[in-house]
Design a protein. Structure first.
Length: 104
């Protein structure tokens, strides 16, 4: 049974922040291309949920968080077996302080 990727509200808000930032600093075309790439990368987990590396900074959590990288961003997710879906919980800019990844 295939699992579908579901973006939490927190992750969607982060994606909107990225879009807004690049619209202002670059252009809407650049922002759209980046956001489309992030979304396409996140859909790769539907084919193989364990494709991402384990997020060691979240190793103390109950869920086993994994991540995929697209450009400067980590797409952090876990497999929610109860709801039979993959939950994308954060979009983390790797140029930030790594400890900020714990804000989810």
């Amino acid at each position: 049974m295939a699992l579908t990727a579901y973006w939490t509200q927190f992750a969607e808000d982060k994606l909107e922040d990225v879009f807004s930032y690049y619209c202002k600093k670059a252009s809407e075309k650049v922002a759209l291309r980046l956001v489309d790439g992030i979304i396409a990368k996140s859909l790769e987990v539907e084919k193989n949920p364990l494709i991402g590396q384990k997020e060691l900074l979240l190793g103390d959590r109950l869920q086993e968080f994994r991540y995929l990288v697209f450009k400067n961003y980590k797409i952090i997710y876990f497999v929610n077996r109860d709801k039979q879906r993959i939950e994308v919980v954060n979009l983390f800019d790797c140029r930030q302080n790594p400890e900020k990844v714990n804000e989810i």
